[in-house]
Write a protein that binds this ligand. Structure first.
Ligand SMILES: [Zn+2]
Length: 98
């Protein structure tokens, strides 16, 4: 599993919270992965939250308090990687020009 960008959660009747992670796997493919069982599905376009919530409701019986939130730690990490890539590209450009 690569970087997780979002976490989708739903609450079961007894109050237990179930979570599905959404993010990028290898080759920048998008995946939703269940934190509680082996379920994993590749997302080709849209519908990640709907598929995740379907799984949480259907398999784990969790259909209350549905929520999707961005993973801030990963967002910050992605930003740092982007800045580093940009700096390396700029450096290579300077070397190529001089
Ligand atoms: Zn599951």
């Amino acid at each position: 599993m690569g970087s997780v960008t979002h976490r989708i959660t739903a609450t079961r009747e007894d109050g237990e919270v179930f979570q599905v992670s959404y993010g990028y796997g290898r080759y920048r493919r998008r995946y939703v992965t269940c934190d509680h069982c082996e379920w994993r599905e590749q997302i080709t376009w849209g519908g990640a939250a709907a598929k995740a919530l379907d799984h949480l409701a259907g398999t784990h019986g969790a259909s209350g308090a549905q929520n999707m939130s961005a993973d801030r730690a990963t967002m910050n990490q992605t930003l740092v990687i982007m800045i580093v890539c940009f700096a390396v590209a700029a450096l290579l450009l300077v070397i190529a020009v001089s």
